[in-house]
Each structure stands twice: as C-alpha cells, then as structure tokens.
Design a protein around this ligand. Sequence first.
Ligand code: GLC
Ligand code: CA
Length: 592
Amino acid sequence: MHWTRTIQRCALALSFGVAAFVARDPSAPAQAANTSVAAETASRQTTGQEWWRHAVIYEIYPRSFQDSNGDGIGDLKGITSRLDYLQDLGIDAIWLTPIYPSPGIDYGYDISNYTAIDPIYGTMADFDNLVAEARKRNIRVIMDYVINHTSDQNPWFIESRSSRTNPKRDWYVWHDGKGETATDKGQPPNNWQSWFGGSAWQWDEKTRQYYYHYFYVQQPDLNWNNPEVRKAMYGVLDFWMQRGVGGFRIDAVSRLFEDPKLHDDPYLPGRNAYGDRNIEHKYTDDLPEVHDVLKEVRAVVDRYPGDPVLVTEADEPNVQALTRMYGNGDEVQLPMDFQIADVNELSAPRFRELFNEIENNNAHGQPEYFFSNHDQRRQWDRYGDGVHNDQIAKLMAVLELTTRGTPQMYYGEELGMRTTDPARIEDVHDPIGRRGWPKDKGRDGERTPMQWDAGPDAGFTTPGVKPWLPIPPSAATYNVETESKNPDSIYNTYKRLLALRKTNFALRDGSQTAVDNNDPDVFAFLRRSGNATVLVALNMSAKTRKVSFHLAGMGVHGSLLSPLYSSPSQSTAPTVDRVVLAPFGTLVAQVQ
Ligand code: GLC
Ligand code: CA
C-alpha cells in the first residue's frame, strides 16, 4: 500500500514537471520541506508560469456528476469514469465540493471527519485512484476546505459541548446568554443572524450556554483564535497534499472571525426570504485576522512542490476587499470574483467597469471568473432573457473563456443546463428551500444530475434507478451525446473556445484592455501579447449592432479581422471599421 502510493506520487512529480518531489510517510508530522523548493516556487511566481494561471477549473458536485453503483447518487468512481470527457473538453483541474464523511445537513458542508471519504462517495482507494487517473490526463484535483465550521456530529464538537471544562470547549464559540439565570436561558448574546435564517446562536441545555453558527444550527463555528484549532486544520492540508491534490478551495473564508466584544450588527430595511429583518453582517464578516489565517494556510501548502493553488469563496462587497485576498502575493492566488459573477444582467457598462477594476487591482493578482456554482442559480436562466437563452449562453462562454483570468466552470454549464427547482416543498432537499419556500426554493435547482444523454436517466445512473434529484426535462435535448453531434451547440462552443484559449498566445497570456468605452451595448476588449492582438466583441443587447473600432490610438494599426470564433457565424468578413453583431452576437478575431 505504502509502495503503491509512493509510486503514484513519483508519477505525479513527473507528469506535472515537478523537479523535486519527496514522498513522505503521511503519518509523519509535516515539516517545512526543503528551502530549494520554496526558492523554486518563489522564482516561478515571478515568471508567471504557474499552471493555475493558464488552467480552466471545473467544479464538480460529486452527488450529481455520475453514479457508478446504482444508488442514484454520484460518486468518485463515477467521476473517474468521466475523466476522458473532461480531458477532451479541455479541463485542467477539477474542484470537488466536499466528499468527507458528513451527516449531510448541508450536503457535505457539515463535516464530521476531515481526513476520510464519505462511504456514499466511495473509499480512500477510490480517491487515490481518481487522483492518479486524473494526473495521467494532466488534470489536478482541488479539494474543498471547509474551515469556518464543522458538523455538530464532529467528535471535536461532541467533546466541546460535553462540559464547560472539556479541553475542546474553546475550539468553538461559546457565550452566556443575556439575562440568563439558573432557570432561564435568557436571550442570545446579541442579534447576529445565521446566513440561513434565524439567530446565529443556539442554546445548549447541557452546559447552559449558547454556541455560534454562521450557517445551519448543525454547523457550529470553529474558534480560529485557538492555536489548537489552527494546528488541527493545517494538519488537514498536509493530509491531502500528501495524497497528491493540486490545492484547495477555501469555503466561506470571510466568516472565520467574530467581533470579541459582540457588538450588535446594524439592521437594514426590509426582511429576507426567511422572515428575518435584513442585517449587515458587519461584526462577523471580513475581520482582519482572516488574512493571518490565509497567510498561514498558504505557508503550509507552499511546502509542497507543484505550485499548489488556493481558491477562495470570497463574496466580497467590492474590489478593494477582493484584492486584499491576494495579500502581498502571500495569501490566495485565485479569489473567486463574485462581483462579476453577480452582475445578473447583460450590461456592457457594468462588465466593462468591473473587468477594468479587477484587471487593475493593485496587488497584480490573477482574476478568477465564474458565473455559476452550486449555490447560485445557473447562468443559462440567470443571464438568459427568456427568448435568446442559448445564444446568451454562448455569449457568456465567450465572456468567461476569452478574458484574462482563470475561468472556473460549473458542471453542465457547457451544455446549457438550466436551474430546475423542485415542484413541491415535500421534494426539497436543501433545508433553506424548506425554510424559505416559496420565495427561496433552496439550491436543489442548480444541483440536478449531469445530462450525459437523452435517455430517461440522462446517463447519470443505472436505468430504472431514481436519482437523488430528478432529471430535468431539458435533458432530452441539452445533453452531451446530442450536443456533441451539433457543431453549433453550446457544448461545441465551449469546446472550441477552450481549445482556442490553449493555442492562441494572446488569449492565453495576453493583457486585456477595454476598447470603445462608451458603447452602451457592446463590451469589447483587446487581448495582446507581443505583436499578436485579438479583438473580442460581445453584443449584450437584443438589437443588431454595427460597430467600428478606433484602435490606432492604442498602437494597433491593422484593420483586417480574421475571425477565430463568432456566433452566429459571420457571413461577411468583418474589418475593424465594420463589425456587425447579431442580437447577443459575439466575435473573437485576430487583428491583422
Ligand atoms: C459555502 C458553500 C455552501 C455552504 C456554505 C456553508 O457558501 O459554498 O454550499 O452551504 O458555505 O458551508
Ligand atoms: Ca453512487
């Protein structure tokens, strides 16, 4: 067993071009590895050649990707069986949402053991095999690192709640209630609210104190001021790095610390879907100590070769806060840009402004772009206008895949999968969907099974087996098998753009500068590298638009455009002076 793993790790070192990779006994304490690795990493960072700068990340919701054993739930063997598909599509890394043992209240985001695999997804051997098979195809595996909270069934919390003097008491956030007496639990310590509705404080009768939970009651927050918590959670990083993962996506990172003085959060007007007063999470979000943790996490993973990447779920309120996630190049490489993901309308001025802002971030950090994930309604309907959705899906693909950052896709977006909410409250899995019904139907709608073929089970599970969430009716036409036969499908649009990104230097590496800055409908920009210039133009309106670009002032003198991709495909050759874009039409062209 030990030998097998050593061989696998050496294979990783070779296939990813890593110079020095020393296999270690996973049970040995992680030590700062050799300094030459650190020096090598530092020099690679300044040359800008790290793999994640040119990678396309693909988020997989393991429950919904591919079932291999006929229980209606996706699993690791299922993912492994679909690696050829991902390689053929042009994916470089997969991010797996949590696959650790969990009671499943928040579908894996409530973890009871950080260093094991939930049997529903398979075994550790299945995981090792997935990493090894992915590596053969030059695909890295990124793990979800859920560190704000654990499950209430995690042995750490079970101990913590067992008595006020338990050594793990301080691993979580415990406080007395207001006006508590021997017989009365009083009121919660303050007005802090859970993101998922109701008070963020839960009374625990046994030890007569409240514990804090930013998310569900079953997800108590860890106390990141406690050094033992840090040590334990950094050990988790070592565990998975030693199994050959390519990095981590850090969950809910801005929620790690709370105001020790317990100030009340300010209320905002109105109420949310759960009936609570709206509130600004001023004293529980983005406290400065978050950055100490990010630096420490980075230092742990940087002991390993192969340029491990950190991605953060950073739903920051503005570009300044987002930029802080990069630190001085010593925190996160890829903070997910929620500003851009959540424009939520096709607005050329708004996209232009936000892309400009992040392109010019003063940390010179690499942007990370995405439009869909397992918490958000899918982009097909969120950006679709109800009439041109397929064309808009292609426009969104161009926006995501021709801009300069690292794109992050969500499984099935390449097919135009749409959000399919449960029809009845009885069918809802995600607890917030039951709590918020019908205003907020929860997140099941964006987590439906991957659509592989036109059959009744969409190729997701064994015929006749009921999948954990129903197959959307749209699977009959929006699926891999059907779309791969149609050169004009959304799937083939993604495939072509992904290939283009890899082969065209300007698209792969070039700078990005917006042009035609006052156009209300067309968002256009140049990607430039050396003498090569690519123009990308996106008509974000339902009108046909004729545009002429004035590029001479930017030092671009060519006037011919040779299309690399356009949709719908252009019948007459465009020139810089005359580009005609159909409603929601796009053009990606080399300037000659
Ligand atoms: C993140 C996850 C989400 C989860 C929450 C609590 O936002 O993406 O799915 O519910 O954290 O862990
Ligand atoms: Ca299964």
